[in-house]
Write a protein that binds this ligand. Structure first.
Ligand code: GAP
Length: 443
């Protein structure tokens, strides 16, 4: 996906085909919010399901959690977010706009002609000041500081504050992880690049607890495993890179952090951070809550505070990366074909079922096949228009297989299966369809 205007084309496809809409669109929108339409919600869910399956369901050492979005304010004081989860901000007293102080060179003054903030003679930029990214709201009917809570900016703290609950209620033994998928909210100063940086988004996070002495090796294992996961799901090698943070970039408690970055149409951007957080978080909550969050090792009879490795991925940001990677345009027999080459596992609709024509019992046979497959997968029935047009609509939606019921089906119970990427067709027996799809969709 090399062309500069590909993002524009993708945004247009997402709206046209019901992947992603601007939030509150009929009221002029709400900046930094996005709504996932019928195809988008399936794609996002497939990404989250793939993550959960590969990191929780199929592992003996990771358990799941779904903690509340609203948490006691003290959680965010202990974690350091209330004091330090900030971006540097400058105001312009002339145009009343706000900019991130560290992104002035990439920001645009809203006035015309297009210039950077500070470049008009009458620009009046203030000194940079810290702007906390957490959204505030109030519990109960009184809007006073005692009732103030934050919408969580990450899911991680839910896992730290439940560390003891999980240890006490399950048989987990170190090393083990707690995983969570959920919404997070950040009052980003400059939400941008479609769903890349939004104010409401979804995270997929793991807190993996281990002994201090094994933590370096565990950090490297997670870093490499998470990188391989994106490759397995279709992000090409040259568009993916692992960037180890320099010492100066590390948070004061961090022993090591790597970012998995994807080459978006505008350049490299972070998909996931894998951080070695030491024992910082649990120790902060021990100090602040007064509760014992240490771990007792039955074998060595030692008590200690575990170290933690945190792979923190953006689900909505990953959705954009998979869409960017999948988007392709090509000329086919003199016509432009737009296709989303999503891995079948991620595709919103797995198969489309077409009767070739609306007669001779074909719609009935197609509907029966559709109902049968629908018990297992998201499939789509379409009998409208020329079959070539129906293929094109499914190509744009990323549907990997189109199944056509034609005149021959009544004679020998075979159907044609057309594969999205190669556009090759093959005839297979209708009673083999399920086995065929199981085989192809497991990849
Ligand atoms: N608990 C660690 C944590 O939250 P983070 O690097 O701030 O780490 C993790 O966020 C991931 O969340 C990022 O790698 C990115 O994929 C995604 N993310 C962060 N801010 C985002 C935003 N404003 N919009 C969409 N995704 C975002």
């Amino acid at each position: 996906m090399a062309e500069a205007n590909t993002l524009e084309k993708l945004v247009s496809l997402c709206k046209r085909r019901g992947f992603i809409f601007q939030g509150s669109e009929i009221y002029g929108g709400l900046t930094g919010t996005w709504d996932y339409g019928p195809l988008g919600v399936e794609l996002l869910r497939n990404i989250k399901n793939a993550w959960w399956h590969d990191n929780v369901t199929t592992r003996d050492d990771v358990v799941g959690l779904d903690s509340a979005i609203l948490m006691n304010r003290t959680v965010w004081q202990a974690s350091g977010h209330e004091g330090a989860f900030t971006d540097p901000l400058v105001d312009c007293k002339t145009c009343q706009s706000r900019f991130r102080a560290d992104q002035i060179a990439e920001s645009a003054c809203p006035r015309k002609p297009s210039k950077h903030p500070g470049e008009f003679a009458d620009c009046q930029l203030t000194e940079a000041r810290k702007f906390n990214l957490m959204f505030k709201t109030f519990v109960g009917p009184v809007e006073e500081s005692a009732a103030m809570v934050y919408l969580r900016p990450e899911t991680a703290q839910g896992m730290f504050v439940n560390f003891k609950n999980v240890c006490d209620s399950t048989r987990v033994k170190l090393p083990f992880g707690i995983a969570q998928i959920g919404k997070a909210f950040r009052n980003e100063i400059t939400p941008k690049q479609f769903i890349f940086r939004s104010r409401e988004f979804e995270l997929m996070e793991i807190e993996y607890f281990c002994k201090p002495e094994t933590s370096q090796a565990t950090y490297k294992e997670w870093r490499d495993r998470r990188f391989a996961w994106y490759q397995k799901l279709g992000l090409a090698g040259e568009n993916l890179r692992l960037r180890e943070h320099e010492k100066e970039e590390l948070a004061h408690y961090s022993v090591g952090t790597s970012d998995i970055e994807y080459k978006f149409p505008w350049g490299w951007g972070e998909l996931e951070g894998i951080a070695h957080r030491g024992d910082y978080d649990l120790k902060q909550h021990i100090k602040s809550s007064g509760k014992d969050l240490s771990y007792f090792d039955d074998e060595t009879k030692e008590r200690f505070v575990p170290h933690v490795i945190e792979p923190a991925a953006g689900a909505t940001r990953a959705t954009l990366a998979f869409l960017c990677e999948a988007y392709a345009e090509e000329m086919v027999e003199g016509e432009l074909r737009t296709v989303l080459r999503l891995k079948p596992r991620l595709a919103p609709v797995k198969a489309a079922i077409f009767p070739l024509v609306k007669k001779e019992g074909m719609p009935e046979r197609a509907a029966a096949i559709c109902q049968d497959l629908q018990k297992h997968w998201a499939v789509f029935y379409d009998e409208k228009g020329a079959v070539g047009r129906r293929y094109r609509r499914q190509d744009e939606a990323g549907t990997p297989f189109c199944i056509t019921i034609d005149g021959q089906t009544a004679q020998d119970q075979t159907v044609t299966v057309r594969e999205r990427d190669s556009m090759q067709q093959q005839r297979i027996s209708a009673d083999q369809l399920k086995a065929f799809l199981i085989d192809r969709l497991s990849d």
